[in-house]
Design a protein around this ligand. Structure first.
Ligand SMILES: NC(=O)c1ccc[n+]([C@@H]2O[C@H](COP(=O)([O-])OP(=O)(O)OC[C@H]3O[C@@H](n4cnc5c(N)ncnc54)[C@H](OP(=O)(O)O)[C@@H]3O)[C@@H](O)[C@H]2O)c1
Length: 189
């Protein structure tokens, strides 16, 4: 089976996604949206997988990881000791895709979500397997030291009925949810 990858990220006005190993903002409703989108499955007997870089894993408070209700996959080139096998560690993007395409994960995982950080987003966006990008655009400037790579021109805005189109607001911060889908290449006859 060939997996299709979804990518989900929140980005502020100046392109940032992180600061000092954390999210630069505190937006509870936005985090609930992230949870809802990454957990939702059509088949109740299946789970989704979240794939993240080692620093993103470490940015999740210890009490809250692994992210519940999802298969957690962490990329690292080191030998990582994750207690209680709470997450599967893969040493490359390709080996994560391989693990997700093979038993047992291919039988139990419905959708795969790439949840950051920066280099993983870049690798995923460039992969032919990347299907959709779910992006939250936060209409505010924050100090950041990690940034979202440019979205390739092959991705175009689409609507997804599960995603609110209207402007969201919490703690005096406004943001929009956007969805991009990779256009199939048109082959000239
Ligand atoms: N706004 C958002 O939506 C969002 C989402 C996610 C994260 N964040 C923020 O972004 C920051 C963390 O992101 P980051 O870009 O600094 O780091 P990251 O991508 O989470 O982690 C980087 C590490 O992941 C491992 N890695 C990445 N690609 C790999 C590959 N292809 N193969 C093997 N290992 C790979 C390496 O680990 P080793 O060094 O162990 O080899 C690398 O040092 C935090 O501030 C976090 O809060 C924001």
């Amino acid at each position: 089976m060939v997996v299709k990858l979804n990518l989900i990220a929140a980005v502020c006005e100046n392109g940032g996604i992180g600061h000092n190993g954390e999210l630069p903002w505190r937006l509870k409703k936005e985090l609930s949206y992230f949870s809802r989108m990454t957990k939702a499955t059509e088949d109740a007997s299946k789970k989704n997988a979240v794939v993240m870089g080692r620093k993103t894993w470490e940015s999740i408070p210890v009490k809250m990881r692994p992210l519940p209700g999802r298969e957690n996959i962490v990329l690292s080139r080191r030998v990582l000791d994750i207690p209680n096998n709470a997450a599967t560690v893969c040493s490359s993007f390709a080996s994560a895709v391989e693990a997700l395409s093979s038993p047992p994960l291919c039988d139990t995982v419905e959708s795969v979500w790439i949840i950051g950080g920066s280099s993983l987003y870049k690798e995923a966006m460039q992969s032919p397997l990347c299907h959709r990008i779910y992006l939250t655009r936060i209409l505010k400037h924050y100090d950041c030291d990690v940034f979202l790579p440019d979205i390739p021109a092959s991705f175009v805005r689409i609507k997804d009925s599960r995603v609110p189109e209207e402007k969201q607001e919490e703690n005096d911060v406004e943001y929009y949810h956007e969805v991009y889908e990779k256009q199939e290449q048109v082959v000239d006859e």
